[in-house]
Write a protein that binds this ligand. Structure first.
Ligand code: GAL
Length: 693
C-alpha cells in the first residue's frame, strides 16, 4: 500500500501536471490583494498600486464587478481605464488576475431584457441593485456575456501583465439559491429529457405513481419548489433539480472559459472562485476549468471555532477542509479571497484574534496553494461593504492591523523561500497515514432533502471525520469516485447514502488489498437515484461491514443517549445506526441505554489485508469519531500524532507547519532535531511554527 502510495505521489497525476505548468515551480506561494480602480478617484491609483507593491504583494485582481464601466451603454466599450490600471500594475511589478464581470449586468441590460433576471423560490424576480441577479439559463444573457467576454479576451488575452482569468464571482445566487425563472424551468425540462429519454422512465424513477403525480410529457414538469406545495416535493425531483442547478452553474462558467480560450495566450490560466461549503454549486463539476479556486471567510459569527476565543479564529476545518477539497479537483488550487479581518456581512462581525490572519495565510500555504489573495486592499468609503476591513485603513494610506499581518507574512516568505526545495517529497511518516474522504454531492443533497431529523447536518458530519483525521496528523484529500483508492491507506466515506453494487465491490477490492475503510451513519441505504433497496435496509453493505441488520434511531435535541467504547462513555443524539452483528465483525462500541441497550454502535472487521469499520452514531462533539479513527490507525499499525483539538500539523513543499486554532497555549510536536525557521514550539492562540526536519 505504501509503495503504491509513494509511486502515486512521486509521479503525480496528469491533472496536477496540466495545471502545474502555469506556475513557477521554484516559487513559494504568491500573495495578492483585490483592487477596484473603478471605485477610487484616478489620482489615487498610482499611489495605491505603489503601496501594494511596496508592502510586498505579488499580484492584484481587477474587474469582476465592472461591467457598467467596461460597457457603459450597449455596444459602447470603454477599456481605457482598465488599460491604465493594468499598466500601473505592470509598472509596479504586480501581476494581474483579470475577471469577467458577469455577476453584475449593467442596468441598461436588465431593463431592456427583464427576462434575463432570475426568479427565486417565492416567485420574486431578482432586480438590479446588488449582484448575481441574472439567470445562467437565459440564452439572451449568454449572448451579452459572450460579447463582453470576447472583448476582454481579445484586448487582454496577450497582455503580459495578465497572469490569469477569473470567471464571474462566486458563481451562485447567494441567499436566493435556486433559479425558478422560465429560462431555468425550460432548461431543466431539457436536462430531464436528456437524462430520461422517455417520460415513462422519469415517472418510474421519480415514483410518481403515488399522490397522482404521473406526468404525460416533459412539458408538464415544473421545478420542485416546497414554497408552493403543502407537502414536501417529490424527493427524486428535488435531487434532480439540485443536480441540474449544479450543472447549470458549471455550464455557465465553462461556456465563458471556451470563449476566453479562443483568444488568450497559452500561459494565461482560467479559474473561478467558489465557496467551499456552498451546496447548490458543486466544485467537482468544474474539473474542465484549468483549476477552480476557493474563497474563505471564517470570522463572521457562524463558526464558533475551538474554545472560548474560537469565534475570533474560526475552526481548523475551515481553510484546512477547503485546501484538501479543492486541491485534488485539478491537482492545484489557490485561494482567491481570504478574509482580511473584520467584515460587514456576518451574523455579527467580531475582531479577529491578533495573529489570526497571518495564521490563515500559513494554513493556506500548508495546503499547497499556489497563491492567496486578500479581499480587499482598501476599505470602501461608500456603497456596499462599507465596514469591511482592507489592507489599508479608511484613509487609504495607513496599514490596518490585519494589513500588518500580511506585510509580516510577505517579509517572512522571502526568508522562507531561501529554504524552499521544490523537489522535496512527503516524509514517509506522513505518507503512511494519508487518508481520503470520499465525497459525492448527491449524498449531501439527498440526506439534506430527507434529513429525518432537524439535527442532521451533512457538512458537520463530514467535518467531524475530517477533524478526526487531522487529529492523528493525517494528510487528507477529499476525492470522488474517479480517484485511485489504492493511493490512500485509509478512506472514510461519510454518510454515503447513495451507491451501487459496483462501488461496494470496489470498496471490497480496496480493503482486500490492504485499505482501511471507514463507513458512517446512513451509508448504503439507497441506489443512485435515491430509491430504497427492495431488500433489507442498507443490505448491499451488510456483507462488507459484517452485519445482518441495521435500523436507525433519532433523539430529540433535548435528550442525549450514550455509547461505550473501551470503558469510555460518549453522548449522541443526532443519528444512531443500530447494528445486528454477524460473526465476522468485532464490536467496538455498544449502545448503553434506550430499548436497544447492548446492541452494537461501532463494528470493525478484517477483510483480506485491510479492514472495514462502521460507525453508527453521529455525535455533536466528535469525540467518538476521533477515538474510532485513532483505533483504526492503531489496529492498522500506522504511527500517528496525537494532536489536541484546534491544533494542526501539516507538511508541504519541504516545510512542516504547526498552527494553533485553540484558545489555549499549546506545545507542538516539533522534534528536537528539527530546524525551526519561524516561531517556536510553544504556541499562543493563532500562533504559527514552521520547521524543517
Ligand atoms: C465574498 C465575495 C466578495 C465580497 C466579499 C466580502 O463572498 O465574493 O465579492 O463581497 O465576500 O467579504
Amino acid at each position: 500500500m505504501l509503495a503504491l502510495c509513494l509511486a502515486c505521489c512521486l509521479t503525480g497525476t496528469s491533472l496536477a501536471q496540466e495545471a502545474e505548468k502555469y506556475f513557477d515551480k521554484n516559487k513559494l506561494m504568491l500573495v495578492g490583494s483585490y483592487y477596484y480602480p473603478e471605485q477610487w478617484p484616478q489620482e489615487n491609483w498610482e499611489r495605491d498600486i505603489q503601496n501594494m507593491s511596496r508592502l510586498g504583494f505579488d499580484f492584484t485582481h481587477y474587474g469582476e464587478f465592472a461591467w457598467a464601466e467596461m460597457e457603459p451603454e450597449e455596444g459602447k466599450y470603454n477599456f481605457e481605464w482598465l488599460d491604465q490600471a493594468i499598466a500601473l500594475a505592470a509598472k509596479n511589478n504586480l501581476k494581474v488576475i483579470l475577471c469577467t464581470p458577469t455577476p453584475t449586468p449593467p442596468v441598461w441590460l436588465t431593463q431592456k431584457h427583464p427576462d434575463v433576471l432570475m426568479v427565486n423560490a417565492e416567485g420574486r424576480t431578482i432586480r438590479h441593485g446588488a449582484r448575481q441577479q441574472a439567470s445562467w439559463s437565459s440564452a439572451k444573457y449568454r449572448e451579452y456575456v459572450a460579447k463582453i467576454v470576447t472583448q476582454l479576451a481579445k484586448r487582454y488575452g496577450n497582455n503580459k501583465a495578465v497572469w490569469g482569468w477569473q470567471i464571474d464571482n462566486e458563481p451562485s445566487h447567494y441567499g436566493a439559491a435556486f433559479d425558478y425563472s422560465e429560462n431555468a424551468q425550460q432548461r431543466f425540462r431539457e436536462w430531464l429529457k436528456q437524462k430520461y429519454k422517455t417520460i415513462d422512465a422519469l415517472n418510474s424513477t421519480w415514483g410518481t405513481a403515488f399522490w397522482s403525480l404521473t406526468y404525460n410529457n416533459f412539458e408538464q414538469i415544473q421545478a420542485p419548489n416546497n414554497l408552493v406545495l403543502v407537502a414536501q416535493a417529490n424527493p427524486h425531483a428535488i435531487l434532480d433539480f439540485k443536480r441540474f442547478t449544479a450543472d447549470e452553474a458549471a455550464d455557465f462558467v465553462l461556456f465563458q472559459q471556451d470563449i476566453l480560450k479562443k483568444h488568450i495566450a497559452k500561459s494565461q490560466w482560467v479559474t473561478t472562485n467558489l465557496m467551499a461549503d456552498y451546496s447548490p454549486v458543486d466544485p467537482l463539476r468544474f474539473k474542465k476549468l484549468d483549476f477552480p479556486t476557493y474563497t474563505k471567510y471564517l470570522v463572521a459569527g457562524f463558526d464558533m471555532g475551538h474554545g472560548v476565543q474560537g469565534f475570533r479564529m474560526g475552526s481548523m476545518g475551515g481553510i484546512g477542509f477547503a485546501n484538501d477539497f479543492f486541491r485534488p479537483i485539478a491537482g492545484v488550487t489557490g485561494v482567491m479571497e481570504l478574509q482580511p479581518g473584520q467584515v460587514n456581512w456576518g451574523q455579527y462581525n467580531p475582531q479577529t484574534m491578533p495573529g489570526t490572519v497571518r495564521m490563515w495565510i500559513y494554513h493556506v500555504m500548508a495546503g499547497g496553494n499556489k497563491f492567496v489573495c486578500n479581499y480587499r486592499f482598501r476599505q470602501p468609503l461608500s456603497g456596499g461593504e462599507q465596514y469591511h476591513y482592507g489592507i489599508m485603513k479608511p484613509d487609504g494610506v495607513a496599514v490596518s492591523k490585519s494589513g500588518e499581518e500580511y506585510v509580516k507574512v510577505n517579509q517572512e516568505l522571502k526568508e522562507l523561500s531561501k529554504h524552499f526545495n521544490p523537489k522535496a517529497t512527503m516524509p514517509k511518516s506522513m505518507l503512511a497515514r494519508k487518508a481520503a474522504i470520499l465525497y459525492n454531492p448527491d449524498n449531501r443533497w439527498e440526506t439534506e432533502n430527507q434529513p429525518q431529523t432537524n439535527q442532521w447536518d451533512f457538512v458537520s458530519h463530514l467535518k467531524r471525520y475530517y477533524s478526526a483525521l487531522k487529529a492523528v496528523g493525517a494528510p487528507v484529500d477529499v476525492v470522488d469516485e474517479q480517484a485511485d483508492f489504492a493511493a490512500y491507506p485509509v478512506m472514510v466515506a461519510p454518510a454515503y447514502q447513495l451507491l451501487d453494487q459496483q462501488l461496494v465491490a470496489r470498496w471490497k477490492g480496496y480493503v482486500e488489498q490492504g485499505g482501511h475503510l471507514v463507513l458512517t451513519s446512513r451509508t448504503g441505504q439507497k441506489n443512485r437515484e435515491a430509491r430504497l433497496w427492495e431488500a433489507l435496509f442498507a443490505q448491499p453493505i451488510h456483507e462488507l461491514v459484517g452485519v445482518k441488520e441495521i435500523f436507525y434511531d433519532l433523539l430529540p435535541e433535548s435528550r442525549t443517549a450514550t455509547v461505550q467504547m473501551e470503558g469510555k462513555s460518549y453522548t449522541w443524539n443526532n443519528w444512531g445506526d443500530v447494528l445486528e452483528v454477524g460473526p465476522q465483525a468485532e464490536v467496538w462500541a455498544t449502545y448503553t441505554d434506550q430499548f436497544y441497550k447492548g446492541k452494537a454502535a461501532v463494528v470493525s472487521r478484517k477483510l483480506g489485508k485491510g479492514s472495514v469499520t462502521y460507525v453508527g452514531p453521529d455525535t455533536d462533539d466528535g469525540q467518538l469519531e476521533r477515538d474510532v479513527l485513532r483505533k483504526v490507525y492503531e489496529r492498522a499499525q500506522i504511527p500517528v500524532l496525537n494532536l489536541p483539538e484546534g491544533v494542526v500539523v501539516e507538511w508541504c513543499n519541504g516545510f512542516w507547519f504547526g498552527l494553533n486554532y485553540s484558545s489555549q497555549n499549546q506545545t507542538l510536536p516539533v522534534p528536537d532535531k528539527a530546524k525551526i525557521l519561524l516561531g517556536q514550539r510553544e504556541l499562543i492562540p493563532a500562533g504559527v511554527v514552521v520547521w524543517q526536519e
